[in-house]
Ligand binder design. Structure first.
Ligand code: F6P
Length: 553
């Protein structure tokens, strides 16, 4: 494709979503389906709980508490077919340049390939280079973890600080927290992302520079926040180490941009690369996962990758009607495009997954927060929903009230495990009791008659009644292992993909973050100028900048 000619779009995705026959049938079907109550749907079909479940890669999904019937599912699956989901999955795995606005393959699935696999980008098998980097990461991680890699005073590394932002931070932080149980406890792992100096100051607080390793993680190696923090880190080190030659012992880079890495002063021998076919938010299993590997060790990192791969294989090969990411994606479309639900709550009942909702926010919203279709037209339907959440049971004591009795429909994803990694008394049964209770309460509620029967005074009955009919998915796994984490992340990656295909958008670009970046650079220069006479912004921005300059002085 030349830069001047628009790319050819899959004919199925070129048909506007609202013109696809299945979408129109779903609109009609919605008129009756939306009036059905989960209480009645369960009462009418004793087999419903078994029917609406699917298992893959160690995950079990119960989606029976969704406001669907057999017909809903049939129509949603037909929408997937008419939207070209199957063909698009094949295109992604074949390395076709489905990221059309950046003219790139989308091959994060190759990051977790087996050595014998083959994934082609531009006709070239990328698997050997993926494994070459993984092997270098493993060798490096082993040297650091064993104490063989020494800092400038000859002491081993005890502290690792990942400096990165967005996909170069959220995945590593989430994975470190999620797999903390498997991590090297004698080492300290911290993450700096914010350009706010407080982030750096707090992350380095109490650490000895001679025992600290910085991983500068940036796909582009030009991101303002990351490069500012990286320079500050170098100053922090050199304030103690004095000799710039010591930098090599304390800085490694993870990037696709060898030129900028060299310009920063990091030897490319200490650089771990990845490729333009890996999107930032799809990169936690690339070299961007170096901090994860340092924390949990190469073996556990390999286990993580195998979990991703198991879900990839399922996504690629399972029929649509038994395909967990496809089903999750279609249910999301059902609420987003027919019920008008604006958000999805992700509620992991595992403290180790406390950063999972934050991680999912970038994955889902940077991917599907678009309003222009692949053919360059403005959508006349909703695209990606807002994702948010908190680990259970904390959320129950803050925002669940609104989910239960508020005016908004908020589909929920509950995530729970059969076995705790920290079994303590009856904590785990109590935790899981809450998963089942919440999903049950949301679906079935409590009728006026039930509340009255409990002896509630008449005037309080409306307040104590729960309408129910609030949908949720329950995702269960045996234990939070590295494999299960990989499968879980891949599940959401592919669900996002499925939704993006149905919306006919490019889920792999992120043009929407550019304008703010450009303006911030301009404004930063203006804030540093000797006077504010040259401000040419709107009156609000000018006034805010003047006030800031004044108060700062
Ligand atoms: O926020 C935009 C973005 O480009 C993300 O997509 C990316 O994950 C993040 O910035 C960081 O980019 P980089 O890894 O190039 O520093």
């Amino acid at each position: 494709m030349s830069a001047s000619s628009a790319p050819v779009v899959d004919p199925k995705m070129a048909v506007p979503l609202t013109s696809r026959p299945a979408f129109q049938l779903l609109s009609k079907h919605f008129e009756t389906a939306s009036t059905l109550h989960l209480r009645d749907l369960f009462a009418a079909d004793p087999g419903r709980a078994e029917k609406f479940t699917v298992e893959a890669a160690g995950l079990f999904l119960d989606y029976s508490k969704n406001r669907i019937t057999d017909e809903t599912l049939t129509l949603l699956l037909e929408l997937a077919r008419q939207s070209g989901v199957r063909e698009h999955i094949a295109a992604m795995f074949a390395g076709e340049k489905i990221n059309i606005t950046e003219n790139r393959s989308v091959l994060h699935v190759a990051l977790r390939s087996a050595r014998t696999d083959s994934y082609l980008s531009d006709g070239h098998n990328v698997v050997p280079e993926v494994h070459e980097v993984l092997d270098r990461m493993a060798a490096f991680a082993s040297r650091v973890r064993s104490g063989e890699w020494k800092g400038f005073t000859g002491k081993p590394i005890r502290n690792v600080i990942n400096i990165g932002i967005g996909g170069s931070d959220l995945g590593p932080v989430m994975a470190y927290e999620a797999l903390r149980h498997y991590s090297r406890r004698e080492m300290t792992f911290r993450f700096v992302s914010n350009i706010d100096g407080t982030d750096f100051a707090e992350a380095t607080h109490g650490l000895s520079p001679d025992e600290t390793l910085f991983i500068i993680s940036s796909k582009t190696f030009t991101t303002l926040e990351t490069m500012t923090n990286a320079h500050t880190a170098r100053d922090w080190l050199l304030a103690a180490a004095k000799d710039p030659a010591h930098t090599a012992k304390h800085f490694v880079a993870v990037s696709t941009n060898a030129t900028e890495v060299t310009a920063f002063g990091i030897d490319t021998a200490n650089m771990f690369g990845f490729w333009d076919w890996v999107g930032g938010r799809y990169s936690m299993d690339s070299a961007i996962g170096l901090s994860t590997m340092l924390a949990v060790g190469p073996e556990n990192f390999t286990r993580l990758l195998s979990g991703f791969r198991a879900m990839d294989t399922h996504f690629r090969t399972a029929p649509l009607e038994r395909n967990m990411p496809v089903i999750m994606g279609l249910l999301s479309v059902w609420y987003n495009n027919f019920f008008g639900a604006q958000t999805v709550a992700v509620l992991p009942y595992d403290q180790y997954l406390k950063r999972f909702p934050a991680y999912l926010q970038q994955l889902t919203m940077e991917s599907n927060g678009k309003s222009i279709t692949l053919t360059g037209h403005r959508v006349d339907y909703e695209t990606g929903p807002i994702f948010w959440g908190e680990p259970g049971t904390n959320g129950q004591h803050s925002f669940y009230q609104l989910i239960h009795q508020g005016t908004k429909l908020i589909p929920c994803d509950f995530i729970g495990f059969a076995q705790s990694l920290n079994p303590l008394g009856n904590h785990h049964d109590l935790l899981m009791a809450n998963v089942f209770a919440q999903a049950e309460a949301l679906a079935f509620g409590k009728t006026e008659a039930q509340v009255r029967q409990e002896g509630t005074v008449e005037w309080l009955i409306p307040h104590r009644t729960f309408d129910g009919n609030r949908p949720s998915n329950v995702i269960l796994a045996k234990q939070l292992t590295p494999e299960i984490l990989g499968a879980l992340v891949a599940l959401y990656e592919h669900s996002v993909f499925t939704q993006g295909v149905i919306f006919s958008i490019d889920s792999f670009d992120q043009w929407g973050v550019e304008l703010g970046k450009v303006l911030a650079k301009k404004i930063a220069a203006e804030l540093a100028a000797p006077d504010d006479s040259g401000l040419k912004h709107d009156s609000s921005t000018n006034a805010l900048m003047r006030r800031y300059r004044h108060d700062k002085a």
